[in-house]
Ligand binder design. Structure first.
Ligand code: 4H7
Length: 248
């Protein structure tokens, strides 16, 4: 999978290409990540990459010519092997959810455009962008951190990215649930013991306990997620077992 990033600050991306699961996925070659900096496509001696907004108002926009030339170069590389989707990270985008990350991981090559200043000329978005994505309802100073979140979320879904093949599947979020509590040594910490079931070695009971905990947490903290799910027989049983013990 080829991921082309258009950004004024490519050095920021070492955070995902050099560390952890995402760094290993890149090092293993599960994905190639290349960068195109609009500043390298400027034609003036000051290497201008910003421009004033028509209609006045505070702030600047990304200058069209260097950005467009960087986008075209990125598309040429990413589109070499078949189709590529062009993604723009912005507060106006479609909210990133696990399903969208999975879709991007399956979708072939990507070009990610990172906005700076107050964003980019709408005509470039209309001409080049296939999907606008937001990582949440808040504003950050550039699209780079949002692009890194998107890249990280899809890299870990690529086959071979995670050591134990089904640990990605076991991600509760991939089932639409919040994660269960986790414990490691010591068995007793500040007077608090690890739940006995986890010490039992009974893998069926452990799996059920973890699933029930994920259901309880989702019910307690994010009932909106629960409403979207059609629970399996087992999930229904495990959740109602718990709810029957609560004065609900
Ligand atoms: C003060 N201005 C900073 C730049 N910004 C802007 C505008 C357009 C595109 C990119 C940006 C970069 N910022 C982002 C990017 C993504 C998200 C997200 N939620 O995914 C939040 N913010 C407009 C506001």
């Amino acid at each position: 999978m080829r991921i082309a990033v258009v950004s004024l600050f490519p050095e920021m991306f070492s955070a995902i290409t050099e560390y952890g699961v995402s760094g290993r996925a890149v090092k293993k070659g599960l994905a190639e990540v290349q960068f195109w900096n609009p500043r390298d496509f400027t034609q003036d001696k000051h290497q201008t990459v910003d421009d004033r907004p028509y209609g006045g108002g505070p702030g600047m926009l990304m200058m069209v010519q260097p950005l467009e030339d960087a986008i075209l170069a990125a598309k040429a590389w990413a589109g070499t092997e078949g189709d590529c989707q062009v993604v723009y990270l912005s507060p106006q985008g479609k909210p990133l959810q696990q399903g969208l990350a999975q879709g991007l991981a399956n979708s072939g090559n990507l070009v990610l455009i990172c906005g700076r200043y107050e964003g980019v000329d709408e005509r470039l978005i209309e001409r080049y962008v296939d999907i606008e994505i937001s990582i949440g309802d808040y504003v950050i100073s550039g699209g780079e951190l949002a692009a890194m979140v998107v890249i990280d979320s899809l890299l870990r879904l690529l086959p071979g990215a995670l050591g134990h093949v089904d640990s990605a599947q076991q991600d509760s979020f991939s089932e639409g649930l919040l994660d269960c509590p986790h414990y490691t040594r010591p068995e007793e910490y500040q007077g608090q013991r690890v739940p006995e079931v986890l010490l039992s070695g009974n893998h069926q009971r452990i799996r059920q306990w973890r699933l029930q905990q994920a259901l309880i947490r989702t019910w307690q903290r994010r009932p909106d997620l629960l409403d979207k799910l059609s629970l399996s027989e087992e999930q229904q049983t495990l959740l109602s077992q718990y709810l029957n013990t609560q004065q609900v």
